[in-house]
Design a protein around this ligand. Structure first.
Ligand code: BES
Ligand code: MN
Ligand code: ZN
Length: 483
């Protein structure tokens, strides 16, 4: 989908296949910016408002034929409700995108609040996202041929920004939707290498031997169970001038989580290709990092492996040593994400960064606590958590702070190692003890952790979201690094 700003508002000169107007208030009359269109349609819009048939509530949609008036055969009124936030704009724009697809529109014009340009672009671009590479080419609609005019808009920067955010999110969705058989650790490493060339990033890939030399016993213990070679991936973006600050983004990169010897049930295993969503999110950001050109140095890191149960698989009761020297008793092989992140966090702590943000599909407990649309946020100190939360609000993603309270640490203790990898239940909050475990491997930088087991995936088509991967976290991280 291509976007163009058209600084003048709607006029008879606009000739498109579909004209979409976003209406942002449950309003008593026709909003002023719609009046010229209303006139061209001989008062059609005012009658719709007068009759109460259209009110502009969030999600409300009305499609009508114009009889060729107003420069478009189809008029769409799309409600965004009162005081729409970024997500409301994106959902509404995603709904318009579905209509663009349904009517196979080649040229569209949209009228929205200039303040929402960026989110409207994100919603339109993501609303036509599809993961269709495995489907036979029926008559798929190719949205790359569609151009959209943003009426009354001149904020080229906002359009550009919306396009980059959408590109990063679509890249993350592709990686998560891709089957585990394709999206292996080596696939991620090759993908990262290509992105590094395209976006002028430094790239460093460590194989199993290089990880062994660095003493990454926790990460490698998980990798033992599979024939797929593990890959430790590190991309670096350096700004032209002196960096304002240095920040590292670390993603959990378990490309398939069977649970290991503590094997998952069939239904719990079914979607475990998504267990590399943290990696997909940080790599999605990397995909646009050179073009975003933030003034901070940004490191993107993932320790990628499968968690399987081959003959060499790590076993319950094993004791492994992480790269900071701490020993871990493996009490459950399905608590593998924290094992891989432990060594990734130790490595990242040594880069001299000011802040680390890690993102992980870490615990089912977090899903129980916050449901499928909100990620759990932990941080030390609180200030970095505040920053991540504010970035999420601006990005229109939902996060909620959970306690990183040491009161629960004694449950993670082991009599024969420095810690176990799971807590003694009952009464233990699983997302908190997982976060407390990670904290043991952060040495120096401020640190925030997003447990996003649930919001990385959706079972529903809704607005800019499609059944499947959501690309959760990309928009928040982009806000954070460009703030
Ligand atoms: N990848 C899972 C967490 C998960 C669950 C992600 C559901 C997405 C949806 C993680 O590796 C895991 O298995 N966690 C265990 C930890 C337990 C053994 C302490 C869990 O949450 O059950
Ligand atoms: Mn697991
Ligand atoms: Zn996992």
């Amino acid at each position: 989908m291509r976007f163009a700003c058209s600084p003048s508002p709607w006029s008879e000169a606009v000739q498109v296949d579909l004209l979409a107007c976003f209406v942002s208030q449950p309003s008593d009359g026709v909003p002023a910016e719609l009046l010229p269109i209303d006139q061209a349609l001989d008062g059609l819009i005012s009658s719709l408002f007068e009759s109460g048939d259209f009110r502009g509530e969030a999600g409300e949609q009305l499609v009508t034929w114009t009889g060729g008036r107003a420069g478009a055969p189809r008029l769409v009124l799309m409600g965004v409700g009162e005081n729409p936030d970024p997500e409301a704009w994106r959902l509404a724009a995603g709904q318009v995108a579905r209509l663009i697809e349904r009517y196979r529109v080649r040229g569209a014009a949209v009228l929205a609040s200039p303040k929402a340009t960026r989110n409207v672009v994100e919603g339109l671009a993501l609303g036509v996202y599809r993961f269709d590479r495995y489907l036979k080419d029926e008559e798929q609609f190719d949205s790359s041929e569609t151009s959209v005019q943003l009426l009354g808009g001149d904020d080229v920067e906002a359009v550009r920004r919306g396009e980059l955010v959408a590109e990063g999110i679509a890249a993350a969705r592709d990686l998560v939707n891709g089957p585990g058989e394709l999206v292996t650790p080596s696939f991620l490493a090759n993908w990262a290498q290509e992105v590094a060339e395209h976006e002028s990033l430094d790239v460093k890939i460590l194989d199993a031997n290089a990880c062994r030399e660095r003493g990454m016993g926790a990460f490698l213990s998980v990798a033992q169970g599979t024939n797929e070679a593990p890959r430790f991936i590190h991309l670096t973006y350096r700004p032209a001038g002196k960096p304002r600050r240095k920040i590292a983004l670390v993603g959990k990169g378990v490309t398939f989580d069977s649970g290991g010897l503590d094997i998952k049930s069939a239904s719990n295993m079914l979607l475990m290709k998504k267990d590399m969503s943290g990696a997909a999110t940080v790599l999605g950001v990397a995909k646009v990092l050179g073009r975003l050109a933030p003034d901070s140095e940004v490191h993107v890191i993932t320790a990628a492996t499968e968690n399987l149960l081959g003959p060499e698989a790590y076993k319950p009761g094993d004791i492994v040593r992480a790269s900071n020297g701490l020993t871990i008793e493996v009490l459950n092989t399905d608590a593998e994400g924290r094992m891989t992140l432990a060594d990734a966090l130790v490595y990242t702590s040594q880069l001299g960064v000011d802040a680390i943000v890690d993102l992980a599909t870490l615990t089912g407990a977090c899903k129980m606590a916050l449901g499928d649309r909100i990620a759990g946020l932990f941080s030390d100190p609180d200030e970095l958590g505040d920053e991540v939360r504010d970035a999420a609000v601006r990005a229109g993603e939902k996060v909620w702070r959970l306690p990183l309270d040491e009161v629960y640490w004694d449950r993670m203790k082991s009599p024969i190692a420095d810690m176990g990898n799971i807590a003694r239940s009952p009464g233990t909050p699983g997302a908190t003890t997982a976060a407390l475990f990670l904290k043991r491997f952060v040495h120096g930088p401020a640190w925030a952790h997003l447990d996003m087991s649930a919001p990385v995936w959706t079972e529903r088509d809704e607005g800019h979201l499609r059944k499947g991967a959501t690309g959760f976290g990309v928009a928040t991280l982009i806000e954070l690094i460009t703030a």
